[in-house]
Design a protein around this ligand. Structure first.
Ligand SMILES: [Mg+2]
Length: 314
C-alpha cells in the first residue's frame, strides 16, 4: 500500500476527541501504554472475522466494523468485564477510502457507546480479515467463568435466540431479525451486574446447545433445558415449531449470554432485573448427570438434529 493509502487509514482510524485517562499513549507509536486501575484485573479477548467465513462477501463495511467489535465486547460481557480498549488488525485487498470510512464508523459506533478506545493496530494488504483484541476491567477475583456451575443452579439466557440464524438462512427477513445478525448488542450491562450473582457465564456465538455445553463440560455437570421456555423473536411465531426450536438451539451469531445462578442468588437476580437493558429468561436447571438434555414442558424429550457451527469440522 502507498503512503497515501496509509494516510487515509490514519485519517479514518483517529478516534475524534477520545482520550481515556488510563491511556498514557495511544495510536501512533510502536506500542500503546495503558494503566489498569488498582483492585482490578485485565480481561483480554480476541476474535477474527474472515470474509466469506464469518460474514458474507457482500456485507456492508459499516456492519463488518460494528460486528468485529461487537463479538469481542460480547466475550468481555461473558466475563463480567467493563470494556476499556481495543487493538485492531485489518487485512484488506486494497485501501478504498469510502470502504475504510464506513468500516471505521462501524467500529467507533460501538466503542463510543461503551466509552472504549482504539489504542493501536496494524493494516496489511491481503484477503479481507479483521482481528480485534478487546481489553476490559473486572474487580480482582470477580471474572465470570465457565467453570462455576453447580447442580441445582438455574440456567438463564438474555434477549432472544435464533434471530441471527434465521437472517443467515433466509433472504428478506424483517428488520428486527436482520439487526440481530448485523448489529448484535453485547450484553455488557448484564455481565457487570452478574459479577456477584452468576456462578458461570458464556456468550452464545455458536448456538445455545454448543455453548451451554462448554459451561457444563468446564463445570463437570449437566443440565435439563425446557424448550418451551426458550425466548424467541416475535417473528418466530410464523415458523413451524421444529424450525424455530432448531434455530433457537443451534444457530450461532446471537451473542446473547447464557448464565447459571445458584438458588441462593435468585432473589438478588430478581432485584437487578429492572436495571438490565434486556430481558433474562430462565430456561432450565443444572444437574449432576454429565449430559445436556432438552425436554418439552410435559417431560418428553426433544432431540436436536445437529450441534452448532464448528470450525474445521467436515
Ligand atoms: Mg465467547
Amino acid at each position: 500500500m502507498s503512503l497515501t493509502e496509509f494516510s487515509i487509514i490514519e485519517k479514518y482510524f483517529h478516534q475524534a476527541n477520545k482520550s481515556r485517562r488510563d491511556v498514557v499513549l495511544g495510536v501512533g507509536d510502536d506500542g500503546a501504554v495503558v494503566k489498569v486501575p488498582n483492585g482490578y484485573e485485565l480481561v483480554i479477548a480476541m476474535d477474527t472475522l474472515n470474509s466469506g467465513v464469518h460474514f458474507p462477501t457482500n456485507t456492508k463495511p459499516y456492519d463488518i466494523g460494528y460486528k468485529s467489535v461487537a463479538v469481542n465486547l460480547s466475550d468481555l460481557a461473558a466475563m463480567g468485564a467493563e470494556p476499556a480498549w481495543i487493538t485492531l488488525s485489518l487485512s484488506m485487498p486494497q485501501a478504498e477510502e469510502k470502504w475504510i470510512k464506513d468500516f471505521s464508523a462501524g467500529v467507533f459506533a460501538l466503542l463510543e457507546k461503551y466509552d472504549a478506545q482504539l489504542i493501536g493496530g496494524d493494516t496489511t494488504q491481503g484477503s479481507l480479515s479483521v482481528t480485534v483484541q478487546a481489553h476490559g476491567f473486572v474487580p480482582e477475583g470477580k471474572a465470570l467463568q465457565r467453570s462455576g456451575a453447580k447442580p441445582g443452579d438455574a440456567v438463564y439466557v438474555t434477549g432472544s435466540l435464533g434471530g441471527a440464524g434465521l437472517a443467515l438462512s433466509q433472504q428478506n427477513v424483517p428488520s428486527p431479525i436482520l439487526q440481530k445478525l448485523t448489529h448484535p448488542q453485547p450484553r455488557i450491562n448484564v455481565g457487570i451486574l452478574l459479577r456477584y450473582i452468576a456462578s458461570a457465564a458464556i456468550d452464545i456465538s455458536d448456538g445455545l446447545a454448543a455453548d451451554l455445553n462448554h459451561i457444563l463440560e468446564k463445570s463437570g455437570v449437566g443440565a435439563v433445558v425446557n424448550v418451551e421456555d426458550l425466548p424467541m423473536p416475535a417473528e418466530f411465531k410464523k415458523l413451524d415449531e421444529d424450525q424455530a426450536l432448531h434455530l433457537a438451539l443451534t444457530a450461532g451469531d446471537d451473542y446473547e449470554l447464557c448464565f447459571t445462578v445458584p438458588q441462593s442468588n435468585l432473589d438478588a437476580l430478581e432485584k437487578i432485573k429492572e436495571k438490565l437493558d434486556c430481558p433474562v429468561t430462565r430456561i432450565g436447571v443444572v444437574t449432576s448427570l454429565n449430559q445436556l438434555q432438552f425436554q418439552y414442558g410435559d417431560g418428553s424429550e426433544y432431540v436436536i438434529a445437529k450441534k452448532g457451527y464448528q470450525h474445521f469440522s467436515s
